[in-house]
Design a protein around this ligand. Structure first.
Ligand code: SAH
Ligand code: SF4
Ligand code: F3S
Length: 471
């Protein structure tokens, strides 16, 4: 099979790293390393991209800060999934006028999905003149070159050309967390769900070679990472563009065979490509966590069709049944959109009944947000905001009831959990995750972070479990 996926040639990445070296030379002239501030909106893909931006910045000799005011370089990695996400970004970017006024040499960079949309890039160009550099996800690998240009010649940079997308290997990363790591296995999306902007801003589906993925996982396992999440907009279509036939189930088995004491998670799975072969692999691979995020979006077949989701309610429910047959205690989570254009309250009731039937452990719920350029944005949308909000609230209330019931079933059980950080719960100082990814607050020595511990679940709320170290 002829391979359509394009890879950035290694010599081009080497040239970018050369720019990193040149910027480092400039930065060593300062008594103290200049600081960079990286702010990330959106999904894990964006988090993973920000880790690469930090990797480049570190190689350029920057330190890191959480305070925009003291930063020499600010990078805001944006999300376009809903209007709310965009407004937050614009509000925060607007406020940077003041930090830049105090520090005119500050370099402000905007990247990510939002600026890949032409109307947003145009808005930044004309109305946010304090922004120096704008580049979309396709141009991320060239960030060092852009920054070098600005440092040596000033002027503004806009690199947001539309592109089917390519794969850039060999970019350095600075990971934000020493316990859990993201590994992108593919980029882009071909599904064109009618409401969604992602395929327009992230380009076509392209899979990384399994060798590169496995080498990264091996390195992470050796470094002591305890949880590895394989990332893609639709991991289930992994491998369709590879020269050697291979699918996501095959990849899972290979990742599972990497030596080490770590759990494997993955997201997101599109139900249309979630196969029994995948469920078998999940059941048989001991490192694969018993959890799946399987977004259904809606429970009504007409709405699913209008969303271009390609499965029916019946097909979806059958997949859930197949999964639970193999992994009875699987943790199941989903995304739901309420108020898709033309969805009636009667049709929405089908989403409510689907929730009762499936009983998800947790749900991510969204009110539909029109995205310019998508087919759904042109569909008639007669339902009032109030009616959509009322439906949304009923959905949240129902899920809260289900989540609480699901959590109560954990009480009294002792579970091997990964201690993953500090808790914001006033009665506890640590958090952990069950293998299925449920959050547990408990009290213990901070040295336990990054280890597996047996926790006995003593209580719960709608959102979390409470536990104590087992004897
Ligand atoms: N690739 C993933 C979804 C990534 S976007 C998948 O297909 O499952 C995460 C979620 O945002 C989607 O599942 C959807 O529920 C929600 N979403 C996407 N576009 C939206 C829009 N225009 N309005 C409201 N919610 C949206
Ligand atoms: Fe968006 Fe659908 Fe692709 Fe998910 S599968 S990123 S919802 S187009
Ligand atoms: Fe947002 Fe882009 Fe992710 S639109 S959800 S950051 S792929």
């Amino acid at each position: 099979m002829e391979r359509k996926t394009t890879h950035i040639p290694p010599e081009d990445i080497a040239r970018q790293r050369g720019y990193c070296g040149a910027i480092k030379e400039i930065n060593t002239r300062f008594a103290k390393a200049p600081l960079a501030f990286v702010d990330t909106y959106g999904c894990q893909q964006n988090e993973a991209d920000s880790e690469r931006i930090r990797g480049y910045l570190k190689e350029m000799g920057y330190g890191f800060t959480q305070d925009e005011k003291e930063a020499a370089v600010i990078v805001i990695n944006t999300c376009a999934i809903r209007e709310h996400a965009e407004q937050r970004v614009l509000g925060n970017v607007g406020a940077l006028v003041h930090t830049k006024r105090k520090n005119p040499n500050q370099i402000i960079c905007l990247c990510g999905c939002m600026v890949q949309e032409p109307h947003n890039a145009a808005k930044i160009r004309t109305s946010y003149r304090h922004v120096d550099m704008v580049f979309g996800p396709h141009a991320l690998w060239r960030f060092p070159e852009f920054l070098y240009r600005i440092l040596t010649r000033r002027g503004r940079i806009f690199e947001t050309a539309d592109d089917p997308g390519s794969i850039a290997e060999g970019i350095p990363v600075v990971r934000q967390n020493g316990v859990k790591a993201w590994v992108s296995i593919m980029y882009g999306c071909n599904n064109f769900c009618s409401y969604c902007i992602v395929p327009y801003v992230r380009g076509r589906e392209r899979s990384r070679d399994p060798e590169g993925i496995l080498a990264e996982v091996e390195e992470l396992a050796k470094a002591g990472y305890k949880e590895i999440t394989l990332l893609g907009q639709n991991v289930n279509s992994y491998g369709k563009d590879l020269p050697e036939p291979m699918d996501f189930a095959d990849l899972l088995r290979k990742v599972n065979a990497v030596p080490g004491d770590f759990l494997i998670r993955f997201m997101t799975s599109h139900p249309k490509d979630a196969t029994e072969k995948l469920f078998d692999a999940m059941a048989e691979c001991e490192k694969v966590a018993p959890v799946i995020h399987l977004p259904v979006q809606a429970g009504n077949n007409r709405v699913l069709k209008a969303m271009n989701r390609v499965y029916t309610r019946e097909i979806y429910l059958e997949k859930v049944r197949q999964l639970r047959q193999r992994i009875p205690d699987i943790v199941l989570t989903s995304d739901i959109i309420v108020g898709f254009p033309g969805e009636t309250t009667e049709e929405f009731e089908d989403t409510m009944s689907l929730l009762r039937e499936v009983e998800y452990d947790a749900l991510f719920t969204f009110i539909y947000s029109p995205r310019e350029g998508t087919p759904a944005a042109k569909m008639p949308d007669p339902m009032s905001k109030e009616e959509k909000s009322a439906n949304f609230q009923r959905l949240v209330d129902l899920q809260n009831e289900i989540s609480l019931k699901k959590h109560q079933a954990y009480e009294g059980k002792t579970i091997r959990c990964l201690v993953d950080g500090r808790s914001d719960d006033p009665r506890n100082n640590l958090t952990a995750r069950t293998p299925g990814g449920r959050l547990v607050h408990f009290t213990g020595d901070e040295k336990l972070i990054g280890t597996y511990q047996n926790l006995t679940i003593t209580g719960c709320s709608t959102w979390a479990l409470f536990g104590e170290l087992a004897e």
